[in-house]
Design a binder for this molecule. Structure first.
Ligand code: UDX
Length: 450
């Protein structure tokens, strides 16, 4: 099976390397010469656990290659995956499909013989129809089928997710394409992964429905956490109590500073737009989008309350910048809004992240000071704020931190510490949805407002 992957970004690279590992012949096509050069020399353009080894091994075995020559690669392919970006279009929230349609045109001009074109990028319902139209228009003689095969990979565990998926979704009514897709995923039959066949529009929507539901689930638990703070309840116990109901499920019930990343924010927005245009508004998702957006700034206000109501002239230490651990991805990270709001209120910011600092620099205010360790961040800080739950932040030496900080305040936006432990160490502790702190916050906030 000869597979071509258009786009050696996150999805294309992980999928390409995994397909090669299944034993297929894979060529990844990208326009970025620097990226290709790095990949050919075993340097990964993104941080993803296990990816470097997978790329190296499969390149050495001759199953995985990188090129900018789309025409040559596509002309020999049985299947061409489109894995280019579909970012939010500036200003209106629609998915920007120009890269997908551009790829479709180039593929159409280059293909020969029956070729299956697969959209792996997350694309709104109906995009497959438009790809089909573009290909037929560009190359009227082309023999082809267009399939939707959305990915459900989580950054940080993408390879594991690819090789042991909960399900694979394949959207096509074309019998020949369906057989070829089954061939591509054959190794996954062996570990009993369910392969769901459906029509193309349904497959496209399934991806958005899954992501929007997860975003809504997180937003639900975040609102419950806020309520816990007001009424003296504990969100960790509420989550456990809910999650054990198998109809609900325990995952994605961890309260935090709001979801971020390359998928949830853009996909929820795009779904809202699709639904509005179809006269079938998804009001739950509209609410999810706005609640999550407001939450990030509310987290900055939580920090300000924890240091007594004012941050002007104070140093605030930020631990964790990426939208979640085990990635260097900063896209839509809550850290961006939190830091901007604190800077607007006059705070000085020091920050540390194990992998994300290079990516963070262009997105954060220029005067943020980047440190080499959490302890360096703590020096002279009036509060330390855990924004991302990297493992290295789970067992900090609290006594050591206390000796170097201007005041011992820990704001734990991921609930990775036990409140008693932090308070015993002599810290003021603010966290998410764990009752008594919420109640203690209220009079403090009132005092600060006076
Ligand atoms: C997500 C989907 O999980 C994946 O299926 C899809 O293909 C792409 O988008 P990813 O963006 O890598 O994957 O991150 P994920 O682990 O899902 O987390 C998204 C955000 O939600 C992060 O900001 C994370 O911190 C937050 N989150 C997640 C919570 O706040 N609480 C939770 O319980 C789970």
């Amino acid at each position: 099976m000869r597979i071509v992957m258009i786009g050696a970004g996150y999805v294309g690279l992980v999928s390409g390397a995994c397909f090669a590992d299944f034993g297929h012949n894979v060529i990844c096509v990208d326009k970025d010469a620097q990226r290709l050069d790095a990949l050919r020399n075993g340097r990964m353009p993104i941080f993803e656990p296990g990816l470097d080894v997978l790329v190296e091994e499969n390149s050495e075995q001759g199953r995985l290659g990188f090129t900018d020559n789309l025409i040559e690669a596509v002309s020999q392919a049985d299947i061409v995956f489109i894995a280019v970006g579909t970012p939010s279009r500036r200003g209106d929230g629609y998915a920007d499909l120009s890269y997908v349609y551009g790829a479709a045109r180039e593929i159409a001009a280059a293909m020969s013989g029956f070729t299956v074109i697969v959209t792996k990028s997350t694309v709104p319902v109906g995009t497959g129809d438009e790809v089909e139209r573009i290909v037929a228009e560009t190359n009227p003689k082309a023999e082809f089928a267009v399939v939707s095969n959305p990915e459900f990979l989580r950054e940080g565990s993408a390879i594991e997710d690819f090789k042991r998926p909960d399900r694979i979704v394949i959207g096509t009514d074309n019998e020949k394409a369906r057989k070829l897709m089954e061939e591509v995923y054959r190794p996954l039959y062996l570990n009993a992964s369910p392969i769901l066949h459906m029509n193309r529009r349904t497959a496209e929507l399934t991806k958005y429905a899954a992501n929007a539901f997860l975003a809504m689930k997180i937003t639900f638990i975040n609102e419950m956490a806020d309520l816990c703070e007001q009424v003296g309840a504990d969100i960790q116990d509420v989550s456990r109590g809910m999650g054990m109901d198998q109809r609900i499920g325990a995952k994605f019930l961890h309260a935090g500073p709001g979801y971020g990343g390359s998928c949830f924010p853009k996909d929820t927005l795009a779904l809202v737009k699709t639904a509005q245009d179809a006269d079938s508004p998804t009001r739950l998702i509209e609410a999810t989008v706005s609640v999550n957006e407001q939450r990030k700034r509310a987290m900055a206000r939580k920090v300000i309350r924890a240091v007594g109501g004012k941050v002007r002239g104070k140093t605030i230490g930020i631990l964790g910048l990426t939208f979640k651990p085990n990635t260097d991805d900063m896209r839509e990270s809550p850290a961006i809004s939190i830091i901007q709001t604190l800077v607007d209120k006059g705070a000085e910011i020091k920050a540390y992240d194990p992998e994300g600092m290079d990516q963070a620099k262009p997105l954060l205010p220029p005067n943020v000071k980047y440190c080499k360790t959490p302890y360096e961040v703590a020096e002279e800080a009036s509060a330390l704020v855990i924004v991302t739950e990297w493992n290295v932040f789970r067992s900090l030496d609290l006594d050591r931190l206390k000796t170097v900080m201007a005041s011992p305040v820990l704001v734990d936006l991921r609930n990775i510490y036990r409140p008693e432990q932090v308070r015993q160490a002599g810290f003021t502790y603010a966290c998410i949805g764990r009752g008594d702190r919420g109640l203690l916050d209220a009079p403090e906030a009132a005092r600060a407002a006076e």
